[in-house]
Design a protein around this ligand. Structure first.
Ligand SMILES: [Zn+2]
Length: 279
C-alpha cells in the first residue's frame, strides 16, 4: 500500500477532482459528507495509514480507500467510459494539464466478495483510522514488542490492525521466519534477544517489501503480491536460509508458513482444524 500510495501521489497529487462515478454502491461507507464535497478540490497528497490509502484535499476533506484482498486499482491515463466490468466500485476523474483530459482512478474488485470500501471524511474526522494501532516504525510499537505481555500468539497480534497497523499475513509469516520465532509463541515467553529480533524482523521485512514494491508502476492490477514474499505461500519448498522443507499450518482460517527447523525447534505445529476433524 505504501508503494501504491507513492505512485498515486505522483499521478493525482496537485490535480483537481473533477468528477466521479459510483459503480458499486455498497462500498461507500459514509453518507455525509458525500463525494460531491470533494469535487472541485485539489489533492494535496496521497499517503497511507495502515492498509488504507488516504487522499488529502486542499480544504481538509479526506478520501480513504481500503482495497482488501480482492480490490484492484487501475490508473487510466485516458478515462474510460466502461463501467469497470463486473466488479467496478468507483471511478474518480482528475483534471489534466492545460485543456487535456486528466487521468482517472478505477477501483474494482475480483470475485463476489464485496469488501473494498471507501470513505469521505470531513476535516478532523478520522473515521476508521481511529481504530488503528501504531505503525511498525513507531516507538509505541517497539515498546509493545520489547516490554509487552500480550497473551495472544505472535501471528495473531501481528495481523491485528488495532495492535500494529499494516502488517498483514504475508509479512507476518516472513517476519517470524526472519526472527526465527514460532508463529505460536507469545510475547511473555520470548526473551529479550528474541524480542529484539522480532522487532527488527517486522521492520526489515516491511522495508525490503517496500523496496521491491517500488519497482512496480501504475495502479494495482496484478493480484499477485506473492512473488515478493520469502516464505509466505511457499510451503513445500526449501527454506531459503537452511534448506529444510517449509511447512504450513491452518490457523484462524489462515495458512501460516514456517520453517520447523529454525522456528519451532523441529516441531511440526498441529493443525487445530485438522485435529478437530480427526477426533
Ligand atoms: Zn530454515
Amino acid at each position: 500500500m505504501q508503494a501504491l500510495a507513492e505512485r498515486l501521489d505522483a499521478v493525482v497529487g496537485g490535480r483537481t477532482l473533477v468528477g466521479y462515478e459510483i459503480i458499486g454502491f455498497s462500498s461507500l461507507k459514509t453518507v455525509v459528507p458525500g463525494p460531491d464535497a470533494l469535487v472541485g478540490h485539489v489533492v494535496t497528497r496521497v499517503g497511507r495509514r495502515g492498509k488504507y490509502l488516504v487522499a488529502e484535499f486542499d480544504d481538509g476533506h479526506r478520501l480513504l480507500l481500503h482495497l482488501s484482498q480482492a480490490g484492484r486499482l487501475d490508473v487510466e491515463a485516458q478515462p474510460k467510459t466502461t463501467r469497470g466490468g463486473k466488479g467496478g466500485v468507483v471511478r474518480l476523474r482528475f483534471s489534466g494539464d492545460d485543456d487535456d483530459v486528466g487521468p482517472a482512478l478505477l477501483v474494482r474488485e475480483f470475485g463476489t466478495e464485496r469488501r473494498a470500501a471507501w470513505w469521505v471524511l470531513a476535516p478532523g474526522d478520522n473515521g476508521p483510522l481511529d481504530r488503528l494501532g501504531p505503525e511498525p516504525g513507531a516507538d509505541e510499537f517497539a515498546d509493545f514488542v520489547l516490554q509487552g505481555t500480550d497473551k495472544r500468539r505472535v501471528h495473531t497480534w501481528l495481523r491485528d490492525q488495532r495492535t500494529v497497523a499494516g502488517v498483514g499475513r504475508g509479512y507476518s509469516d516472513d517476519a517470524l521466519w526472519r526472527a526465527e520465532v514460532s508463529p505460536y509463541a507469545t510475547l511473555a515467553k520470548l526473551d529479550r534477544p528474541a524480542r529484539l529480533r522480532l522487532l527488527d524482523a517486522v521492520r526489515s521485512a516491511l522495508a525490503d517489501g517496500l523496496t521491491k514494491e517500488r519497482t512496480r508502476t501504475g495502479g494495482l492490477s496484478d493480484p499477485k503480491l506473492g512473488g515478493n514474499f520469502e516464505v509466505h505461500g511457499r510451503a513445500g519448498t526449501p527454506c531459503p536460509r537452511c534448506g529444510a522443507e517449509l511447512h504450513r499450518v491452518s490457523y484462524e482460517s489462515y495458512e501460516v508458513v514456517y520453517c520447523p527447523r529454525e522456528q519451532t525447534g523441529g516441531k511440526v505445529l498441529a493443525d487445530r482444524r485438522m485435529s478437530r476433524l480427526l477426533k
